[in-house]
Design a protein around this ligand. Structure first.
Ligand code: SF4
Length: 736
């Protein structure tokens, strides 16, 4: 067969680059390098990942005890028949809510998880959104009536000041960083709020080295300065903001000196940052996981939006642009939220977190629809079961039995807090199905493990969940299935196959994922194949100050500095600061035993969360998990670079290696997340080394520690102690 050139969308990280691929005889020959300079793919070739001997090739059914790593190869039809039969039996016995679905970071067609579940009748779609940008999407939509569009690099050319809050785009969103570097040449200022001197912080005009978990206090203190010094946009606030007087009263509770004490940021820096953000306009704030992973994440996220609103950044070039929906069939429309019966909605696990579940969703989206004509994508991101509630329900039948779980491209044993709870939950299931690319610690506990198509084997339509006007398309460069070699499927085939077996046939009329994408593109008059050839389509041009014609998609038609949605749901309508559940001031006795503040979850290349640990080239560069610690603290503890240490919290302890870093606060340590060791045995008790360095063994998964409105769970601000691992047993893999 002749060489062919194809174009596929890489899903390894945020930019979702469209790459030219050469194939011959169904084999990958060559792939273009990324247009992104900081592409983590440069560390290894996708040939190595794609043709890795550990990739899952055929459906597997457990034949030994759960966790014994004994499997039988079966066909897809056998797997789907058996799974559908068991799901129906469990539904008949316990109700549809007995099934939960969990997924990872946009490796899959997540709108289809929602479609299947809504039609099945379960409200329990659960993923990472509450600790990713999902909570930002919900808060922004509640306050602004749409989620500001900050995926566009070009807009930064018009931004005079960028404020990054707990965000390090060189590692987490490289296109934004490239956009900033370009904008910097024209004098764009940079403020970075981060406990670590990240790559972004190193470039900043102002780096505010904050105590973890105190961003709400800092932003309220900055607003105190902006309002006291009358640096806000008076006309915009008067005409288009609801609740300015109440906000002004609230920020009086946060004078700069008090905020400095709370946050560890010197008072003069707080004032300087406030002045810079308010006068170098249009400015733009971008929060990251440092904020999303906090125990009280609503307030810092709300405060970040409010500070931007009062200085007049909303819907202006270079500011917080509100794009509205792209004119095609959105993921939200595919999800069929309306198909979920009303009595099932209230059963969503974590329904006490009212902003992120049905009560908040309904209050927010009806106003969005009034102004934009469509809902803000996507339901499966903005109305979800909360992970700690899901795993508690599975483990303890509380508040009702959840006996079946489907995990699509995710590894909850590593990525969900309180690994011990997750382990207990997964071990107790009646039916656990995992679809993934490689065997993982979570998959080892499954009844069925299904091989998924990687990005080169699947078609993809991408527009950042309808937050941008750009739609990109990439084709499957390689067949997911080659008789006699492997039989992988994309999750469209999985959900459709399961749906048809469970009476959903009329809702899955498209035979292939490409047919399904044709349907979604119909309103644009283009087929998926045509869009693949074209590369991308820009569905509309930027248009600013649209609110002057329509108002904002909020209950008051204005930006809600004082949120009537929050008020309606019984929460404080204004942002406020609350000490983290564990902290030197809130739990001083705990802090005596565990004197350091542990943060986790910061991205580091070339890994992405729990992925790629089996890729030899990458592991040669980064063989073990590492923990950053200040040299003073390390000296006091008798530690040097590369020592193995225990990181211990009241919840558990794991080992990582020391990485001395002069730019981390001496009171804080940062432990890498996502670590497991595929080379260690798969069967219990090893589960590929999931208990060795996985920092979620040390985090808490109690609902009480989740944000009261959003249900987001903390991955930071745990009190910990660090001490040297004195020795290993002779046969321990780490002893070698
Ligand atoms: S790894 Fe990220 S930056 Fe590199 S090609 Fe893939 S999506 Fe683009």
């Amino acid at each position: 067969m002749a060489k062919e050139t194809k174009y596929s969308i890489c899903f390894w990280c945020k930019p979702r680059c469209r790459l030219k691929v050469e194939v011959e005889d169904n084999r990958l020959i060559k792939m273009a390098t990324s247009p992104i300079k900081a592409c983590p793919r440069k560390y290894c070739s996708d040939l190595e990942r794609f043709y890795h001997p550990d990739r899952l090739d055929y459906p597997l059914k457990r034949v030994g005890d759960r966790g014994e790593n004994k499997w039988q190869k079966i066909t897809w039809d056998e797997a789907l028949d058996e799974i559908a039969y068991k799901l129906q039996a469990l539904k008949d016995q316990y109700g549809a809510e007995t099934l939960a679905v969990t997924h990872g970071t946009s490796r899959t067609y997540e709108e289809l998880n929602s479609r299947f579940l809504n039609l099945f009748g379960s409200p329990n779609q659960c993923g990472q959104a509450q600790i990713c940008h999902g909570n930002s999407a919900v808060v922004a939509t509640a306050l602004f009536g749409w989620w500001p569009y900050w995926m566009n690099v070009e807009k930064l050319e018009n931004t005079r000041c960028l404020m990054l809050i707990g965000r390090n785009p060189p590692h987490s969103h490289q296109t934004i960083w490239e956009g900033y570097l370009k904008a910097r040449k024209t004098g764009t200022k940079l403020i970075v709020i981060d406990p670590r001197r990240s790559e972004s912080a190193a470039e900043a005009d102002l780096w505010l080295q904050i105590r973890p978990g105190t961003d709400a206090a800092l932003l309220l203190g900055m607003m105190n300065v902006i309002i006291k010094e009358k640096l806000y946009d008076k006309a915009f606030v008067r005409d288009w903001c609801h609740g300015f007087d109440a906000l002004s009263e609230r920020v009086k509770e946060y004078p700069v000196e008090k905020v400095s004490e709370i946050t560890w940021v010197p008072a003069d820096q707080i004032v300087a940052a406030a002045r810079m953000f308010a006068t170098e306009t249009p400015s733009c704030a971008m929060e990251g996981m440092g904020v999303a992973h906090q125990p009280n994440s609503y307030s810092p996220i709300a405060a970040r939006h409010i500070i931007s609103a009062i200085v007049g950044n909303v819907d202006v070039p270079g500011g917080e642009e509100l794009m509205g929906p792209a004119p095609f069939i959105t993921e939200h429309e595919i999800e069929m939220a309306e198909a979920l019966p009303r009595e099932q909605r209230s059963k969503i696990l974590g329904n006490q977190f009212r902003l992120y579940t049905w009560p908040g969703y309904e209050l927010i989206q009806k106003n969005v629809e009034r102004v934009w004509g469509k809902r803000c994508d996507m339901f499966g991101y903005t109305c979800m079961a909360t992970a700690p509630s899901v795993y508690k329900a599975i483990a303890y039948d509380d508040p009702y039995p959840v006996r079946a779980l489907i995990t699509v491209s995710s590894n909850p044993m590593v990525t969900i807090p309180n690994t011990k709870l997750v382990y207990k939950a997964l071990k107790s299931l009646d039916l656990y199905v995992v679809a993934d690319y490689f065997m993982t610690p979570s998959a080892q506990l499954a009844d069925y493990v299904l091989p998924s198509a990687l990005w080169l084997e699947r078609s993809f339509l991408w527009n950042y969940h309808n937050t941008t006007p750009v739609i990109r398309a990439g084709e499957a460069a390689l067949p997911p299935s080659i008789p006699g070699m492997y039989d992988r499927r994309n999750d469209y085939d999985f959900w459709r196959g399961l749906g048809i077996r469970l009476g959903q046939e009329e809702y899955w009329p498209w035979e292939t994922v490409e047919d399904y994408y044709d349907y979604r593109l119909e309103p644009l008059g283009i087929t998926f194949g045509e869009l693949v050839k074209k590369g991308k389509i820009i569905t509309k041009k930027s248009e600013y100050k649209k609110y002057e014609k329509t108002g904002f998609g909020t209950p008051t038609g204005k930006i809600e500095l004082y949120s009537t949605v929050m008020e309606n749901l019984g929460y404080d309508p204004l942002p406020h600061y609350k000490e983290p559940p564990e902290s030197p001031t809130r739990t001083p006795d705990l802090a005596k035993k565990y004197p350091l503040v542990l943060i986790t979850g910061g991205r580091f290349h070339p890994f992405f969360h729990s992925e790629h640990r089996q890729v030899e080239t990458l592991r040669k560069r980064y063989p073990w998990a590492k923990m950053q610690i200040n040299p003073e603290t390390a000296r006091d503890l008798g530690l040097k670079n590369d020592d193995w240490v225990w990181i211990e919290t009241q919840h558990g302890r794991v080992m990582q290696k020391v990485l001395i870093d002069k730019d981390i606060d001496p009171r804080v340590v940062h432990a890498q997340h996502g670590w497991w060791y595929p080379e260690m045995p798969g069967e219990e008790p090893w589960l590929h080394g999931v208990w060795v360095s996985n920092i979620n063994v040390c985090t808490a998964g109690d609902e009480e520690t989740c944000d009261e409105a959003l249900g987001s769970w903390p991955l930071r601000t745990f009190q910990c102690k660090v001490y040297k691992v004195e020795s290993f047993n002779g046969d321990h893999p780490l002893a070698k």
